[in-house]
Design a protein around this ligand. Sequence first.
Ligand SMILES: [Ca+2]
Ligand SMILES: [Ca+2]
Length: 275
Amino acid sequence: MAIISCYTLFNDVYIISPVDGEYITDSTVTIEIYTSGEIANLEVFHNGVLLGGSTSYTVDVARNAENTVSVDGYDEIGNLVDYDSVTFYHDTLDPSLTVSMIDAGRTLTFSGAVSDNFEIEAFTYEHHTYATIDGSITPSPNNSWQLVLEDMPYSDVTQTMYFTAVDAAGNSTAVAYPYLLTDTTAPGLSITKPVADPAYSPGNIPLEGSANDDYELGVLWYSLDGGELTEIATGTLGTFNTSVTVLAIGTHEIDFIAVDSFFNVSQATVTFTVE
Ligand SMILES: [Ca+2]
Ligand SMILES: [Ca+2]
């Protein structure tokens, strides 16, 4: 008797397929039962409905729902020896995803909601131009999400952010969000020399000041008395300090023109006298 009791401990029944916690998209599932030892009879159930006593079945699943498979193993005299059960999920419904955007200067704030009938497994974003911006987002427990991107580059063409949500079964939803973030602010331009008064002697007239842009200064020019444009080099902080030779006695006009890399223009005109 002792030997039989010991042997009984090794009797076993368990469900090989489906795997507990598994997500599937097929409308049928194959059930495979493993038995050993003194298991003489099985009762296999799908969603509480008795299928029979075989070790293998293919059944239609409950669609987009939680499913259970359970098995009871009996010995020859009808005692329940062992049992097993698994829960799996049929899911063919794509995640739902909404995206909106607010821009505050070069800071873009994307937000929205992402959810699934079961579970979001991955939620990622990808910029179609700037790969370094790509990443993933963890939605909050109430399914809302937010992504703040600072110091975004200006561009004169429409850019697109792609958001992709994937559920645990591999169903996915992608949203493309186009936006245009461009520089519309003209450069700042400040001229300290020349001055209107006092008058200058014929010779080198100083040109001093600074030109700065909120994004990127393209070029700074001056034009003396409506003549050709001459580029002025700017140093750190946009400052410049150069001169122009003016020998003609009289009143002169000098235009300074600063252009940023998106062709926004600032202009300053200074009148001075040579005598
Ligand atoms: Ca789903
Ligand atoms: Ca600008």
